[in-house]
Design a protein around this ligand. Structure first.
Ligand code: SF4
Length: 262
């Protein structure tokens, strides 16, 4: 962290979304931000940081996932599964938590995270699920829907999130409401109208207690289609908000990857 901090201008200007350069350095160390998220880090410093420490983003992901894995293994699985909405069971005398992330089933065992019966080597999935389990959020839905910017320290993500997630969905499904509905169904979404004035609202469970609400407004003569993604305010109790932003970006990547359904 000190090595990273030394490369920063130390002006605490806040443009990276963090209140201080030290806070930024900690986030980089934890693989939650990249050196290039500080607009004042020049390319040479950025590259030399990577060379001198020989740490890549992938290395950081792996290190963080290993740290979180050892935390998650220590917790009481039975207690945690109640707190996070997972399913607890004893399998061959060992405790197991089953849970879905973006509609895909995972199994947390004392040896780590498993996907389709095999140890999961995807550091990214492990980081999200281990963090979710070890936090034991245990908070009811508040019913208050907010956008990502509501949560603290998200300034550096908000613009990118609008571009890479909300605007992307709006552009791809512009004048294609039926295609959007079909894609939502394909992704396990459930229509959830009534909370907000939108032409279509669909709820997805990113994780058992972390719903995502996709609100879509159709194009009219004046405006093209628009999309907003909302979270329940309780999400903060369940997951680090940086990880939540990554989770949604990954969800949208998958959601828009296939060609739109006509
Ligand atoms: S953008 Fe962040 S890391 Fe860079 S100088 Fe400003 S506060 Fe420090």
């Amino acid at each position: 962290m000190i090595t990273i901090y030394k490369k920063l201008p130390k002006t605490n200007c806040g443009k990276c979304g963090m209140p201080t350069c030290i806070a930024f350095a900690i986030k980089v160390k934890n693989a939650q931000l990249k050196m290039s998220d500080c607009p004042y880090v020049n390319k040479e410093d950025n590259e030399s940081h990577l060379q001198k420490t020989t740490v890549t983003v992938e290395d950081n992901y792996e290190r963080v996932s290993n740290e979180l894995e050892s935390d998650a293994k220590q917790i009481n699985f039975k207690e945690a599964s109640v707190a996070i909405g997972g399913h607890f069971e004893e399998k061959n005398g060992y405790d197991v938590i089953r849970l879905n992330m973006m509609n895909k089933p995972y199994e947390m065992r004392k040896e780590g995270l498993f996907e389709d019966g095999k140890y999961c080597y995807d550091s990214w999935s492990k980081i999200i699920i281990y963090d979710y389990i070890r936090r034991k959020g245990n908070k009811s839905l508040t019913g208050n829907w907010v956008t990502l910017g509501y949560f603290p320290n998200t300034a550096s993500h908000v613009k990118a999130f609008q571009r890479s997630a909300e605007e992307k969905v709006a552009a791809i499904f512009n004048k294609n409401m039926e295609g959007l509905k079909a894609r939502c169904k394909e992704f396990g979404g459930v229509e959830d109208m009534g909370k907000m004035k939108a032409d279509y609202i669909c709820r997805f469970d990113l994780l058992p207690r972390i719903p995502l609400y996709l609100c879509f407004w159709e194009a009219d003569e004046e405006f093209s289609a628009s999309c907003k993604l909302f979270f329940d305010t309780s999400a903060e109790a369940y997951i680090d908000i940086e990880y939540l932003a990554y989770l949604v970006e990954r969800f949208v990547e998958l959601f828009v990857t296939l060609l739109p359904i006509k």
